[in-house]
Design a protein around this ligand. Structure first.
Ligand SMILES: [Zn+2]
Length: 455
C-alpha cells in the first residue's frame, strides 16, 4: 500500500523543505511539493512536524544474548524506535561473546526474531582467522576493547579484550583486508592500573576517585591509546573508528591523521556532552558512569560536533540494573560501567539545537547521515528517492520532561530523569511501517532486517 507523509517540513539535501514523502514498498518513491495531489492508500498527517531520516546508532549494547536481565533486543529496539533510531548496531560483549562465525550467526538470528528496528552487529576482531569469514556474513565493522575490568567481570569480558600492541597490529592488518571499519574503545590500561592502585592504597574506591583515575593528567589514558591507534591505522591501512572522542588532544590528533590520509571516523556519546560534569559525578556516582569530562574538553567537543571533526553521536546505550549501579557508592570499581541513552539522545540533541548549540543540519548529520555513510549503509541516513523509508517525525516545539516512567529499557531508569527538554519524537517509521506513534510502540518483534551495504 502506498503511504504519504504529508504536511511536514522534510529535511532533504541539507535543509527543511515543504515536501511530501511518497512511500512505496518501504522505499521513498517520490518527494513532491506540498499541496500536489498524490494518490495514496493512507495519508500520514505531518502538519506542524519536521520529517528527518531515521537515526543510525552504530554503538548499542542490547545485552542479548547472555545479560537479558539488563536488556534484550526487543526492549532495546523499542527504546530505539521511541528515540527516533531506525537502525542499531549491537556490540560483541554479550554471552557468548561474538568472536566466531557461529556466535555471529546466533546473534543475527536473535535480531531477526526480536528486533523492531533494522540492525547490524559489530563482532570482536579477536580471532584472526574469524575476521574475514565474518565479513562474508554482512557485518559493517568490528570492535576492539583496550579496557580490562579490574574489580568486576563485566562489561569488558577478558576474552574479547586486546591490550597488546602486537595483537592490535595483527588484528588491524586483518581487518584492513576486509575494507571494513574497526571500532576501538581507546584506553591505556597500564596507566589506569598504576593510577587506580594509588587510590586503592589509601582505600578510596569512591565514584570521585574512579572519575579522577579515568581523567588523570587531563585525559592521558584516552590520549595515549588514541595516538597508538592512529599510528597503527596509518601503518596498516585499517579504516578506524574511535569511540569516546572527548578530549582536545584526541580531536587534534584525529585532524592531523586525516590530513595524512588516514581513514578515521570518530564518535562522541551523549554522556560526554549531557552528563559528565563534576556535579554529575558527585550526585549520580556510577549512574553517571563516574565519568568526568572536564569542561574545557567539553567545549572542544561541542566545536568538533559543529565543524564535523567528530563525525557522529552514538549512544553507547549501556543498560545496567540499579543493583549493579548502587554498589558503586561503596566501590565504584565494582559497579558496571556505562549508562543507557538511546531513547533520549535525539531529543536532547533537538534541545541543544533549540538552545542554539547546533544547527538542525548538524543534528541530522551527526545522528543519521554520517553514521550511515561511514559504515556503508547505502539505503539509510537521508530522505532521498530510492532510500529506505526510515522516517522520523519530530516536534521541535514540544516541551516535556524526561522521566523514569517513560523508559522502555528493561532497567526502568535514565540518568536524565527530571531533565526538561524541548523537541520530541512524535512518530517513527522503519521502511515505511510505523513502529512508534505518539508515545506508543506499534510494531512487532522481528520487523527489523539486517542493514547492509546495497552491493
Ligand atoms: Zn560501548
Amino acid at each position: 500500500m502506498r503511504r504519504v507523509v504529508a504536511g511536514a517540513d522534510a529535511f532533504v539535501d541539507g535543509s527543511l523543505q515543504p515536501l511530501d514523502i511518497v512511500i512505496d514498498d518501504g522505499v521513498i518513491a517520490a518527494l513532491v511539493p506540498r499541496g500536489n495531489e498524490v494518490e495514496a492508500g493512507e495519508v500520514i498527517d505531518g502538519s506542524g512536524l519536521v520529517a528527518i531520516p531515521g537515526g543510525v546508532d552504530v554503538h548499542v549494547h542490547t545485552r542479548d544474548p547472555g545479560y537479558t536481565h539488563k536488556e534484550d533486543i526487543w526492549t532495546c529496539s523499542q527504546a530505539a524506535a521511541a528515540g527516533g533510531y531506525t537502525t542499531i548496531f549491537g556490540m560483541p560483549n554479550v554471552d557468548p561473546p561474538t568472536m566466531r562465525t557461529d556466535d555471529l550467526a546466533y546473534v543475527m538470528s536473535l535480531y531477526a526474531a526480536k528486533s523492531l528496528v533494522d540492525y547490524n552487529h559489530n563482532p570482536a576482531a579477536k580471532l584472526l582467522d574469524q575476521i574475514a569469514p565474518m565479513a562474508e556474513m554482512g557485518v559493517r565493522a568490528y570492535k576492539i576493547y583496550m579496557v580490562v575490568d579490574t574489580g568486576r567481570t563485566y562489561p569488558h569480558p577478558a576474552a574479547i579484550g586486546v591490550h597488546d600492541h602486537g595483537e592490535l597490529y595483527e588484528a588491524m592488518k586483518e581487518v584492513a583486508k576486509t575494507g571494513l571499519r574497526l571500532m576501538v574503545h581507546p584506553h591505556d590500561q597500564s596507566i589506569m592500573d598504576v593510577v587506580e592502585q594509588s587510590y586503592w592504597k589509601i582505600d578510596d574506591r569512591s565514584p570521585q576517585a574512579y572519575a579522577r583515575t579515568l581523567a588523570v593528567d587531563d585525559g592521558l589514558i584516552w590520549d595515549l591509546a588514541t595516538a597508538t591507534l592512529l599510528r597503527l591505522a596509518e601503518a596498516t591501512g585499517c579504516r578506524l573508528h574511535i569511540v569516546h572522542a572527548q578530549t582536545t588532544r584526541q580531536i587534534e590528533m584525529i585532524t592531523a591523521a586525516r590530513e595524512r590520509g588516514v581513514d578515521v571516523s570518530a564518535e562522541t556519546n551523549h554522556w560526554t556532552i549531557f552528563l559528565g560534569n563534576w556535579t554529575d559525578v558527585e550526585t549520580m556516582g556510577s549512574y553517571a558512569l563516574s565519568y568526568w569530562v572536564p569542561d574545557h574538553h567539553k567545549a572542544a567537543v561541542w566545536d568538533a560536533l559543529r565543524n564535523g571533526t567528530i563525525d557522529m553521536l552514538s549512544s553507547d546505550h549501556a543498560p545496567h540494573t540499579r543493583e549493579e549501579k548502587d554498589i558503586g557508592w561503596e566501590d565504584a570499581w565494582a559497579a558496571h560501567t556505562g549508562t543507557p541513552g538511546i531513547q533520549y539522545q535525539l531529543p536532547l540533541m533537538l534541545d541543544a539545537h533549540h538552545a542554539g548549540k547546533l544547527t538542525l543540519e548538524r543534528v541530522v548529520d551527526l545522528c543519521c547521515t554520517a553514521p550511515a555513510e561511514r559504515f556503508g549503509l547505502d539505503q539509510k541516513g537521508s530522505l532521498a528517492v530510492g532510500k529506505d523509508a526510515d522516517i522520523v517525525l519530530v516536534d521541535l516545539e514540544k516541551q516535556w520532561t524526561i522521566t523514569n516512567d517513560s523508559v522502555l529499557s528493561k532497567i526502568g531508569w535514565t540518568p536524565y530523569d527530571g531533565r526538561p527538554c524541548q523537541g520530541a519524537v512524535s512518530r517513527t517509521l522503519v521502511r515505511g511501517t510505523d513502529v512508534y506513534v505518539g508515545g506508543a510502540i506499534v510494531g512487532r518483534p522481528g520487523h527489523g532486517r539486517l542493514a547492509e551495504a546495497k552491493g
